[in-house]
Design a protein around this ligand. Structure first.
Ligand SMILES: N[C@@H](CCC(=O)N[C@@H](CS)C(=O)NCC(=O)O)C(=O)O
Length: 213
């Protein structure tokens, strides 16, 4: 398999964690994202992924975009350890947490949004950061409440990592990158600290990728 990834991209990071948890080997294809003139906007990358977003997973002649679709493919390819629980209620809870991060938090932090804020709405860098932090904060307030429903254990859903942590750890990284801390969200902070000691999460960390700078 080949993974088109950028070390600092949270969506790429999700998939790297999932691959590492399952112990699936892959070739790393770096896509150097940038606010302007990034590799995601080239014709060469558009031929790989029409969405012009990372990650893309290529498995033989199958090209898969969207991190959650990639999780599903990986779970079917190698069932163990499962990213999504088998029981109906647990599976729905994990999907709900994942979709909340994927749909309600991360898209508002994306480079294409920042490009519009900066280039068209003329927000200065501090304004762009305030915008991201606002939606990050209200998003993590919700995730914290969702995690505190009695079903978290050592991790966000029970005592083993699931897709919840594949989403949570990269999103927490985005908070730290914009100068924030996790103090406001003790359950998220506890789970992220637990993941920081897990070998799969260490292997997938942005600073350990070949394109890190
Ligand atoms: N919903 C997508 C999100 C993908 C995404 O937003 N990728 C970002 C990096 S984290 C990207 O490629 N941004 C490039 C841009 O906005 O120009 C997924 O889950 O894979």
């Amino acid at each position: 398999m080949r993974l088109y990834s950028f070390f600092r991209s949270s969506a790429s990071h999700r998939v790297r964690i999932a691959l590492a948890l399952k112990g699936l080997p892959y070739t790393y294809e770096a896509v150097p994202l940038a606010l302007h003139g990034g590799a995601q906007q080239t014709d060469a990358y558009r031929a790989v992924n029409a969405q012009q977003l990372v990650p893309t997973l290529v498995d033989g002649d199958v090209h898969v975009s969207q991190s959650l679709a990639i999780f599903d493919l990986l779970d079917r390819k190698r069932a163990d350890p499962p990213l999504f629980p088998a029981d109906v209620a647990g599976r729905a809870r994990v999907w709900s947490l994942c979709l909340y991060v994927a749909c309600e938090i991360q898209p508002l932090q994306n480079l294409r949004v920042e490009r519009y804020l900066a280039d068209v709405l003329k927000l200065d860098p501090a304004g762009c950061t305030a915008f991201k932090r606002h939606f990050q904060d209200i998003g993590f307030d919700v995730v914290e409440a969702m995690l505190n429903d009695g079903h978290a254990g050592e991790y966000g859903h029970g005592d083993e990592p699931t897709a919840v942590e594949c989403m949570l750890v990269p999103q927490a990284g985005a908070v730290l990158r914009t100068g924030g801390t996790l103090e406001r969200w003790p359950t998220i902070a506890r789970i992220v600290a637990t993941c920081a000691r897990h070998p799969a999460f260490l292997a997938a960390a942005p600073e350990h990728q070949p394109d890190a700078y």
